[in-house]
Design a protein around this ligand. Structure first.
Ligand SMILES: C[S@@+](CC[C@H](N)C(=O)[O-])C[C@H]1O[C@@H](n2cnc3c(N)ncnc32)[C@H](O)[C@@H]1O
Length: 244
């Protein structure tokens, strides 16, 4: 069953507040995404699953030439426009063709904590590869496969399956559905879409996160929670290579 498209609409404002300075987003996921992205100067960046625009704003502040964000949640897109006036934001579903973008429109795609909402990574990764220029990079994060398997006590690590969790977001319980898959399925989907995995990161939280949430900090320092990839599209062949 596909997760409802509005699951973030209902909690957009609360999630925006929660993720602004919370341990998992501000001191764990976003620093790892930025570290893998490297020097952003002059890059055209697509932030896929941009939520309320926290990462998009950082990308713009770090020197990206342009930042475009997409999210399936209209409420999130509205918040992202407010938070990051330098960016351009659209409501779009990563499970559908991204017809609003031309081939090679971006140098870098970031996809932080969004792909685990998709049952099938094939078509979305093919689209992300299409909109990247040759030699472009996809930097993405997902729930760590080992963590979801352990936390939910699932009997078969190797299955891809939908899970349901209840998070406390800004003090309110919120039910969220997503998919877990084994590490090999993540890697193989990237390879099948034509990406080469360049770096894989099981990040450590930033020291400042200890004060925000000491218990969470201890857990993130000693157990996997999120998994980050940097994956590259093939470089264009040298001119004349096709004639040989
Ligand atoms: C955990 S948040 C991502 C965090 C965000 N990248 C940040 O830096 O704050 C997940 C986001 O993915 C979006 N999303 C879920 N499924 C999607 C889909 N099929 N297409 C586009 N966005 C999707 C949700 O609406 C939500 O805003």
């Amino acid at each position: 069953m596909t997760p409802p498209t509005d699951q973030y609409d209902e909690m957009a404002a609360e999630y925006a507040e929660h993720s602004a300075a919370g341990l998992a987003n501000a001191h764990y996921d976003r620093p790892a995404i930025l570290a893998l992205a490297g020097d952003l100067t002059g890059l055209r960046v697509l932030d896929a699953g941009c939520a309320a625009g926290h990462l998009a704003r950082l990308l713009a502040e770090c020197g990206a030439a342009s930042v475009t964000g997409i999210d399936i949640s209209a409420a999130m897109v509205a918040l992202a426009r407010e938070r990051c006036p330098a960016g351009t934001f659209h409501r779009a579903d990563l499970a559908a063709p991204l017809d609003l973008f031309e081939d090679g429109a971006f140098d870098l795609v970031t996809a932080s904590l969004v792909l685990h909402y998709l049952a099938d990574w094939g078509p979305p990764l093919a689209e992300l590869r299409r909109v990247l220029r040759p030699g472009g990079a996809l930097v993405m994060s997902v729930h760590h496969p080992g963590e979801d398997w352990r936390w939910f006590g699932r009997p078969d690590y190797f299955r891809t399956e939908q899970l349901e969790d209840t998070w406390t977001v800004a003090g309110k319980p919120r039910t969220v559905r997503f998919y877990r898959r084994p590490l090999s399925a993540c890697f193989n989907a990237l390879r099948d879409a034509g990406f080469t995995v360049d770096r894989l990161l099981e990040p450590q939280p930033q020291p400042a996160g200890r004060e925000v949430d000491p218990e969470g900090y201890a857990s993130m320092s000693t157990a996997p929670h999120f998994l980050h990839f940097r994956a590259l599209t093939p470089k264009a062949p040298p001119s004349g290579a096709a004639a040989r």
